[in-house]
Design a protein around this ligand. Structure first.
Ligand SMILES: *Cc1c(COP(=O)(O)O)cnc(C)c1O
Length: 222
């Protein structure tokens, strides 16, 4: 059995050490526990250790787990994966934040279906121009941002990226830096970047929220 509580403590220590190296306050970085493909029981264990923010990739899995864990009323669900228009309703209904906003059409659908507090969104940038990955090209940011920002029921909190997986966490650094520079240029304060592989580098480059899965929950099944 994976000891989620011990893993969370170990990740917490690594976050604190990275913050110290970067001269940042610990509370300037939020930990998002990415629970995709792990059972609701693992999420409950992390919750019991004090974790409140959880990331899910698949809209229907998010819907199912939110149902199973409905008794945890202060849990915050973050949708972090590519989203089809016809599944946007689940995210609009259940999520606190959405980290993979990659097109205006999707933003419009989310805004239309959102009721209650605004949905915090991170616009995903495809910084390496990878055709297999979603995300807006940096050259499209100037045109895309104003259209999305004008929508009433969502707020663009910041930018997000998932760099190509390199051998070495250091290979993510230039991408994290580009994301930070793009956010600065557009007056956006939040950066969703860094995974198990490279979250310490992300913190050094200014991440405000890191998305960590396997270091907390173990390897994903399948
Ligand atoms: C799965 C996933 C993560 C977490 O990855 P780990 O390597 O398990 O930490 C972070 N971000 C996104 C977009 C993901 O899909």
């Amino acid at each position: 059995m994976i000891d989620v509580s011990a893993n969370l403590k170990a990740v917490e220590q690594r976050i604190a050490a990275a913050c110290q190296r970067a001269n940042r306050a610990r509370n300037s970085v939020q930990l998002l526990a990415v629970s995709k493909l792990h059972p609701a029981a693992s999420i409950r264990a992390a919750y019991q250790s004090g974790q409140r923010d959880f990331g899910e990739n698949y809209a229907q899995e998010l819907r199912d787990k939110a149902g199973q864990l409905a008794d945890l009323t202060d849990i915050r669900w973050h949708a972090i994966g590519p989203l089809q228009l016809n599944k946007a309703k689940y995210v609009a209904k259940l999520a606190y934040a959405f980290h993979a906003l990659d097109r205006t059409e999707l933003a419009e659908e989310l805004s239309k279906r959102r009721a209650g507090p605004v949905l915090r969104c991170y616009l995903e940038l495809n910084l390496a121009g990878e055709s297999t990955k979603s995300g807006v090209a940096i050259s499209e940011l100037d045109a895309t941002l104003p259209r999305i920002s004008a929508l009433p029921h969502l707020k663009v909190a910041g930018l997000m990226c998932l760099p190509p997986l390199g051998m070495d966490p250091e290979s993510s650094r230039p991408f994290f830096r580009s994301l930070r520079e793009a956010a600065q240029k557009h007056g956006l304060s939040e950066l969703s970047m860094g995974t198990t592989h490279d979250f310490e580098v992300a913190i050094e480059e200014g991440a405000t929220i890191i998305r960590v899965g396997s270091a907390i929950f173990g390897e994903r099944p399948g």
